[in-house]
Design a protein around this ligand. Structure first.
Ligand SMILES: [Zn+2]
Length: 91
């Protein structure tokens, strides 16, 4: 478990993708997703910001996506070059 405070502190200084966070904390991405949920609850009145995934092929933005994982395919062009969402915290 990664501790929300550490995550909040880190993400308020720099934006990171899930994979970068997993490497940073030597943690599982699954675990980090849970931690991010907790962060979004506990950071109030600040907020957890997620820059959505974007298709590198056609520029489609996955705005409505609830899940925080990287989508595997673009619904528009069926391309698989989809960027990872980037997380940051605004305090
Ligand atoms: Zn696309």
């Amino acid at each position: 478990m990664t501790g929300c405070k550490v995550l909040i502190e880190l993400l308020s200084k720099q934006a990171m993708t899930l994979r970068e966070l997993a490497e940073w904390f030597h943690a599982d991405t699954k675990e980090l997703l849970l931690d991010l949920e907790r962060v979004s609850q506990s950071v109030k009145p600040g907020k957890l910001i997620m820059d959505p995934s974007v298709c590198r092929n056609c520029g489609y933005v996955f705005k409505d996506r609830e899940k925080r994982r990287r989508p595997s395919k673009c619904p528009e062009c069926k391309g698989e070059k989809v960027s990872e969402p980037v997380f940051s915290v605004e305090l």
